[in-house]
Design a protein around this ligand. Structure first.
Ligand code: NAP
Length: 489
């Protein structure tokens, strides 16, 4: 910080990937900030998810901060445990731990119009006044438990994947697994050879994009350590970047060549991989590829054909103490029931009570749907910035890259406060309304809105994700349109 800049107080909410990013950037500038973390450990989603098979389906070297490449990845796609280790390593390297307050849930954030400050309330009642709030509270962190009759009567362990029960019988056990998202699919591939039998309850099958997976050798890692350019060559590999761009172009141009190619690769993968025609038809979705988030897997089709796995496509009637009863009367006797049933994706910073200018509640503003101007700011909530907030890009690419680009944008807004030019910065309602109208119109035309259920859709069935291309996102984040912001003196 230079003498000519105004000293601001910052609160970063959440010590996951995005919160750590904000902390590093603020620390680099010598800013006065504290990270408030509800749990006893950092890591966010990578702390909470520990299920067998947990792997990030973004190449490991791309799922790292651009400024902190990591030579130690064991394979092209990293396990959840390795990623947690990476974040712990980064936090230690940048000496962030003294700035993180663990076991400190922010339960309230209230804006004061007169002072243009935010007062946070922690779970223990403590109040902290700051000038800027960075909400890095994550997206998929409120587990969704299915509303199936009798679930609470199950005699054995029944638990959500984000609350993995290490004591639950898996080895040699009869295991039921409900849910076929990225999580459920990864679990099949990891426990199929351990169980006595695995019943995978599949309400909707998934399209699967085949991807390579391979281990890095000690020699590879030694070479990465010596020459970071080798890491860059993987991270910025033309084929990989090209695939992301083709994907986001395809998402927005659903009758274009790129999307048809993606669909054809997935269809051919199914035809070529599943030998039993009955299973093949069970696994064939009746919606378009990429409508739900694509499964990127190098092994699911092979592993689901293991004799211990049975894909149950009937409808569940109820759960009984000893297993699951299907509507056709079939009964699956089970020792353990795993719920890979996803998350409430519309929560973001909530249940924290957030009251903006004039005491307006975020809950009220988000009554219809959670949204934000370019996914980062909200009219009526000055100096409140979100990383990985609503309407941002989500998909089969690195959310670290998304958060870094969002930081570039946020930083330019904060610069207006640091310079003393204004005490508050907030998007205008008119700019937001225009953004939201354009966003919704575009979202309805994306592949996500082409006729499937998924956590991408809001309550009205409108895709909640960024509806334009990756390049458009990059451009939007590179420089805020300052005419769309009000500066409060
Ligand atoms: P999800 O994609 O929301 O999938 C939930 C699954 O549960 C769906 O198959 C859904 O079926 C099923 N389900 C929900 N309620 C049910 C019910 N009452 N009866 C039967 N089935 C029910 O959740 P997820 O798999 O946890 O994944 C969420 C997201 O986390 C992913 O899309 C991804 O963004 C992220 N993730 C990423 C990775 C990675 O490798 N990067 C790994 C895991 C997760 P329907 O489809 O029929 O609704």
């Amino acid at each position: 910080m230079t003498d000519s800049t105004k000293a601001l107080r910052y609160a970063v909410i959440g010590a996951g990937m995005a919160g750590l990013l904000a902390a590093i950037k603020l620390k680099e500038r010598g800013e006065n900030f504290t990270v408030f973390e509800k749990a006893a450990k950092l890591g966010g989603t990578w702390r909470e998810n520990r299920y067998p098979g947990l792997t990030c389906d973004v190449p490991a070297h791309a799922y790292t901060y651009s400024f902190e490449p990591y030579a130690e990845w064991q394979s092209y796609y990293a396990t959840g445990g390795e990623i947690q280790t990476y974040f712990e390593y980064v936090a230690s390297k940048y000496d962030l731990l003294p700035s993180i307050r663990f076991n400190s849930e922010v339960v309230g954030a209230v804006f004061d119009d007169a002072s243009q400050t935010w007062t946070l309330t922690l779970g223990n009642g403590e109040r902290i006044e700051v000038d800027v709030v960075i909400a890095a509270s994550g997206v998929l962190h409120h587990p969704k438990t299915p509303d199936i009759p009798g679930l609470d009567t199950f005699a054995g362990p029944a638990f959500h994947t984000a609350r993995w029960d290490d004591a639950a019988p898996i080895d040699g056990a009869r295991v039921g697994l409900i849910g076929c998202g990225s999580t459920g699919i990864q679990i099949v591939t990891a426990i199929n050879k351990r169980v006595k039998n695995l019943v995978h309850f599949q309400r909707s099958p998934q399209w699967v994009m085949p991807v390579p997976q391979f281990a890095y050798t000690d020699e590879d890692r030694a070479a990465f350590r010596k020459d970071p350019a080798l890491i860059d060559a993987i991270r910025y590999n033309e084929e990989y970047i090209g695939a992301i761009k083709r994907f986001t172009d395809g998402v927005t141009d659903i009758e274009g060549e790129a999307m048809h190619q993606i669909e054809e690769v997935c269809r051919q993968h199914l035809e070529d991989s599943i030998r039993d025609p009955i299973l093949r038809e069970k696994l064939r979705p009746n919606y378009r590829a990429a409508c739900k988030r694509l499964i990127y897997s190098w092994c699911y089709y092979e592993e689901v054909q293991h004799p211990a796995v049975f894909v149950e496509t009937g409808r569940i009637e109820r759960i009984e103490p000893n297993g699951v009863r299907m509507q056709d009367g079939t009964f699956h006797e089970l020792d353990t029931l795993i719920l890979a049933t996803g998350f409430h994706a519309d929560r973001f910073i909530r249940p924290t009570t957030v009251l903006g200018a004039g005491g307006v509640s975020l809950d009220t503003v988000w009554e219809r749907r959670p949204t934000a101007y370019y996914a980062v700011t909200i009219p009526g909530f000055p100096n409140f910035f979100m990383l990985n907030g609503p309407t941002g890009p989500v998909g089969n690419f690195s959310l670290i890259d998304i958060a870094e680009r969002q930081w570039t944008y946020i930083d330019q807004l904060i610069a207006r406060l640091r310079s003393g030019e204004a005490r508050g910065v907030v998007p205008t309602q008119a700019a937001f309304d225009d953004y939201e109208t354009r966003r919704i119109a575009a979202a309805k035309k994306t592949i996500f809105g082409s006729g499937c259920t998924s956590w991408y859709l809001d309550d009205e069935g409108v895709p909640a994700t960024w509806p334009w291309s990756y390049d458009d996102f990059d451009k939007a984040m590179s420089r805020p349109v300052m005419e769309d912001y009000a500066l409060i003196a």
